[in-house]
Every structure is written in structure tokens, then in C-alpha cells.
Design a protein around this ligand. Structure first.
Ligand SMILES: [Fe+2]
Length: 332
């Protein structure tokens, strides 16, 4: 008996296009060879990396991407598979366009002051904003904003453009409204927290920045998560972990502040063979997904950090998997 033959692909009359090859790209792996492709040479693991403040300390007006796309094996700029962090350095009287095809863009003003102008486009109305040191603002999908500095300025800019490039999509519309979190309002929330009698017993004091359009995730955008974190002098925080990646910016610290990061815990709840990342004001570092981490402060003065994560997306996917080694330490 003859095997059943698939009908031969036919080329429509008048077409010169070859028939689609349905078969040759289909591969068949032994499960054991492909069940965990996160390994060197395939899907590259996310590794520790640190950037010093000298990156944005001098030089012309420029977008300075914290680009690990080569190590990640993806198109850049990308700091993690889904997020891109940058420093924006602006000289007085100069401007630049923060151009990205992203659903969420978050800006934190490390120093300086200036304005933002975003023209109207098919996705939204025009926007104007004056910003100053310590301000944070988020923009949904839309036209590229123009940032203009009235004094020498450095901004930390994180967006989810790498995620969209991976998906092969462009935004179809805004998923939230643009919001400004002025430094004074952040400070008010922080001081309210510090005045809480229970705060005296905590070594993790942090304000999560959230958006009224996103009550389910309690995050700053539907993909991004942002926290104004404080680490008091003398704090040694219990470790925690989460599947979101953290792109941490150190806002303010004296020498003696650090993070310990590692993949395993000891029986006593501390991190086994941790990597120590020493903090520097204006520096940034990446905390890989799933790694245990804890912050410590031996500096004699309270320190501040701003971790940005893709935890809005992970929360929606129910894949955040945040765990604490002991007690309720908060997050960061
Ligand atoms: Fe964290």
C-alpha cells in the first residue's frame, strides 16, 4: 500500500512566489536538551553589572544607554531582556529626544532642572512638564518627548522597548496616563512613613510609586515598578528575591552602603557566597531575576535608592514570585 502523500503545494496561476516551506523550520529536540535553554551560548543568563557615576559626570549632551545587549544576545540597547536603562546628560540650554518605541517610559531627575515637551500624535494629546531634582515622571506610549535642560542635568530613563522589540510589536495606544511624582510629594510620603511608630522597628522603609489607572498591580505603569527606598544607618536587611529584574539607581549614600546578591540561602537565612555590590551615589547596578539580595548600610547616614523593575508585567503574569528569607522586609 502506498503511503499517503500530502498534496503538492501549488503556485497560484500568475504568481511567481515560491510555495511556502511548512516543514524545514520545524525542529524536534530530546526534552533533556531543550527543557532549560537559559545557559551560556543559548539564552544567556542575566549577570551582575554595575555602572559608576563617572559615566554621566562630564561630557556633551547625550543619551548614555546602560547596554548589555551583547552579553544578553539581543538587539540593543537593552539592560535586561525586557528593559532598557539610560542616563540622559544635558548641558544647560540644550535638549535631546528620548526616542523609544515603548509602552512605558520612566524618568528620574538625578540632578538639574528643565522641561519636557511631547507633541500630539495619533496616540495622545500634547504634554508639557517642568521638572527638577528628585522628580519622577512616567509616560505611556506616544510621541518621543523632547527634554530640555535649564541647568546641567542628569536623568535616569528606563523603558520597556526591548520587550516590544522581542515581541515584534509597536504600541497601539496608551495604557495609562502620564504622571508626575514631584520630589516634594515623594518626600511627604516618605516622612509620613518615617513618622509611623512602627517604622522605628523596621530596617526597610520604602514608598512604592503607583498609578490610579492600575489598581490591580499597584505599580507605576502596567509593565514598570518603581520604589523610593530608604536604608537606615545600621540596617542589615533580610534577603528577598523576585522574578522581576531590578535596575537599581543609587540616589544618595555615603561609603559603606552595599547590596549582597546570590542564588542560594544558607540555613540561617543569609545569602550563601554572596557577591557584594558597593553603592556609589549616581551609580547603577542590575540585580538578576530570582537572585536573593539584601541591602546593608554601615555608612553612618541614611541612604536612598530607586530600583526600577519589570514587576508590573510580572505581577500581571502572576510570575513575580516574591519571597522573603525572614519577616516582612518590604521590597527593593
Ligand atoms: Fe528586590
Amino acid at each position: 500500500m502506498e503511503p499517503i502523500q500530502a498534496p503538492s503545494p501549488t503556485v497560484p496561476a500568475g504568481s511567481s512566489a515560491p510555495p511556502h516551506d511548512w516543514l524545514s523550520a520545524g525542529l524536534y529536540y530530546d526534552y533533556r536538551q531543550a527543557a532549560n535553554p537559559v545557559r551560556p551560548g543559548l539564552t544567556e543568563p542575566i549577570r551582575y553589572h554595575q555602572w559608576g557615576a563617572e559615566l554621566h559626570g562630564q561630557g556633551p549632551t547625550a543619551v548614555l544607554p546602560l547596554d548589555l545587549s551583547g552579553a544578553l544576545g539581543c538587539e540593543g540597547p537593552a539592560t535586561s531582556p525586557g528593559l532598557a536603562a539610560h542616563f540622559l546628560r544635558l548641558l544647560p540650554g540644550e535638549g535631546l529626544k528620548a526616542a523609544a518605541a515603548a509602552t512605558s517610559s520612566l524618568f528620574y531627575v538625578l540632578r538639574g532642572a528643565g522641561t519636557l515637551e511631547r507633541p500630539a500624535d495619533a496616540l495622545g494629546a500634547p504634554l508639557s512638564l517642568s521638572w527638577a531634582r528628585g522628580d519622577l515622571f512616567v509616560l505611556p506610549a506616544g510621541a518621543d518627548p523632547l527634554l530640555h535642560a535649564t541647568e546641567e542635568s542628569v536623568l535616569y530613563w528606563v523603558n520597556d522597548a526591548p520587550l516590544l522589540r522581542y515581541l515584534g510589536v509597536l504600541p497601539a495606544g496608551p495604557r495609562f496616563t502620564a504622571v508626575h511624582y514631584p520630589a516634594a510629594r515623594q518626600e511627604e510620603a516618605l516622612q509620613h512613613l518615617l513618622a509611623d511608630p512602627s517604622a522605628a522597628r523596621s530596617n526597610r522603609l520604602s514608598i512604592l510609586l503607583a498609578h490610579a489607572d492600575l489598581p490591580a498591580t499597584r505599580t507605576v505603569s502596567h509593565t514598570l515598578w518603581a520604589m523610593l527606598g530608604v536604608v537606615p544607618d545600621g540596617a542589615v536587611q533580610p534577603p528577598h528575591r523576585h522574578q522581576s529584574v531590578a535596575l537599581d539607581l543609587i540616589i544618595d549614600c555615603d561609603p559603606g552602603c552595599y547590596s549582597l546578591v546570590g542564588t542560594e540561602l544558607r540555613a540561617d537565612g543569609t545569602i550563601l557566597n554572596p557577591t557584594r555590590i558597593d553603592w556609589e551615589p549616581g551609580g547603577a547596578f542590575i540585580t538578576p531575576p530570582g537572585h536573593w539580595h539584601s541591602h546593608g548600610n554601615e555608612s553612618g547616614r541614611m541612604a536612598r535608592l530607586l530600583p526600577i523593575q519589570d514587576a508590573g508585567l510580572h505581577t500581571h503574569l502572576r510570575s513575580l514570585d516574591i519571597r522573603f528569607a525572614s519577616g516582612l522586609g518590604g521590597e527593593g
